[in-house]
Design a protein around this ligand. Structure first.
Ligand SMILES: [Zn+2]
Length: 430
């Protein structure tokens, strides 16, 4: 312990000696401490290169520091969205999106969405399903500083059974696969599933995502029915664990949710029809709920115009209202909540619109913010790196005008964005 402290001090000294010109000092009029849930006034945050090295109300600012004046703003840690599909969004032509585009189309436009997401204040995302490893290429290009975007943890191919939400449905068997087999993620039975998990990891998956139940935005029949057996779900989670990966499950139906929780997934995505037994199971297993409770409004008002079949829109009508009611029950029962919006179903950059619904359906404003900061960082296994403004963490910091604890929608207008110590946006009035 003492040795560690010595090294920390030693390294600290080296930083001060050699990188003084890189020191930035943020003057925060108000700062939301997401750990205590309190607002701190007149704080100074010192940043050395990409790391927070000091925070407090009476710390001295080094002489050569670059001062960033956010005295008129409320500062908080960068937001984290645990459920995005950052490689695409609906173009307005349903059939073109499925049949006339290739992953290359998504690859050349995705950087637009990563930039938009970052500028909206989301400095990290867990991207849970993308075509043909486009997400891996994006993550790597962002990490290399070649394009602008949030830190990404990516799931690569969505793993689903034959005929499931993850397969292509509703068409002739002569059009049975959009992608070559090795790019489809469709796998059945324990042997194929083990291989699919290994395959995804081999080509860059940080997290494994599979379809435990049917879904909304596909043409298979049901929304809630389980689409894997218990044994298959257990296999996916177990194999992912071997490779040090967490698993998340797309699950709407009550039965599928319980099966996935028992299999040991880290999070349930959507969770629309979760029942009392499922809520208790999630509490017992410490499973996070990641529920996309904004996009219902967008789907019902826009998807008809975007050319989606009526059948899909009817499914959303069935799911949306119940999902919000059940979210409220789960939140009030004390299920762990992490923020996830399914961005890509609606336009990227609108992620923060979901906060309003999280507060309307059961969370306090600080709980909603915690869902998108410390809780999300915990789910992503990045608790030591991001999720709060704390010494030693990466400088992922945002600011808004107004106070989100009084008006949560102020998070829809993020005016200042710093990621990894670099300022990407500053529209705060001086
Ligand atoms: Zn999704």
């Amino acid at each position: 312990m003492k040795l560690k402290l010595f090294f920390a001090l030693f390294l600290g000294l080296i930083n001060v000696t050699f990188s003084q010109s890189k020191i930035k000092a943020i003057k925060a009029g108000k700062l939301i401490d997401v750990i205590s849930g309190e607002i701190l006034k007149n704080q100074i945050i010192l940043i050395d290169s990409n790391t927070i090295v000091g925070i407090g109300s009476n710390i001295s600012i080094p002489k050569n520091a670059e001062i960033i004046n956010l005295s008129n703003a409320t500062v908080l840690p960068g937001l984290i969205d645990c459920h995005t599909h950052i490689t695409s969004q609906p173009s307005g032509d349903y059939y073109a999106d499925i049949f006339r585009k290739t992953p290359m189309d998504y690859a050349v436009t995705a950087h637009i969405f990563t930039k938009r997401t970052l500028e909206a204040g989301f400095t990290a995302c867990r991207d849970v399903g993308a075509a043909a490893f486009v997400d891996v290429a994006l993550r790597n290009a962002i990490n290399n500083g070649e394009i602008v975007g949030p830190r990404l943890k990516v799931a690569t191919l969505f793993i689903g059974s034959t005929g499931s939400h993850g397969d292509l449905n509703g068409f002739s068997p002569f059009l049975s696969s959009q992608f070559p087999k090795q790019m489809s993620g469709v796998a059945d039975g324990v042997d194929e599933l083990r291989k699919q998990v290994r395959y995804n990891v081999k080509y860059g998956a940080d997290v494994i995502k599979f379809g435990a139940s049917a879904g909304v935005l596909s043409e298979e029949e049901s929304v809630g029915a389980p689409q894997y057996t218990q044994e298959e779900m257990n296999t996916i989670v177990e194999e992912a664990k071997v490779w040090g990966r967490k698993t998340c499950a797309h699950a709407h139906g009550a039965e599928a949710i319980k099966m996935a929780v028992k299999a040991g997934v880290a999070s349930i995505e959507h969770g629309s029809f979760v029942d009392e037994e499922g809520i208790q199971l999630m509490k017992k297993y410490g499973t996070y709920l990641v529920a996309d409770i904004y996009n219902d409004d967008y789907i019902l008002s826009e998807y008809g115009k975007l050319g989606y079949p009526q059948k899909i829109i009817e499914k959303e009508r069935l799911v949306g209202r119940l999902q919000r009611e059940n979210f409220e029950k789960a939140a009030k029962a004390g299920v762990k909540i992490a923020f996830g919006s399914d961005a890509g179903v609606y336009p990227h950059g609108w992620n923060a619109k979901q906060f309003f619904y999280m507060v309307k359906f059961g969370l306090s404003p600080i709980q909603a913010i915690q869902a998108a900061t410390i809780n999300a960082a915990d789910l992503l296994d990045w608790k030591d790196k991001i999720g709060s403004i704390t010494n030693g963490k990466f400088a992922d910091i945002i600011a808004v005008e107004g106070n989100p604890l009084e008006n949560i929608t102020s998070l829809e207008k993020v005016k200042f964005v710093m990621k990894d110590g670099v300022v990407y946006k500053n529209e705060i009035k001086k």
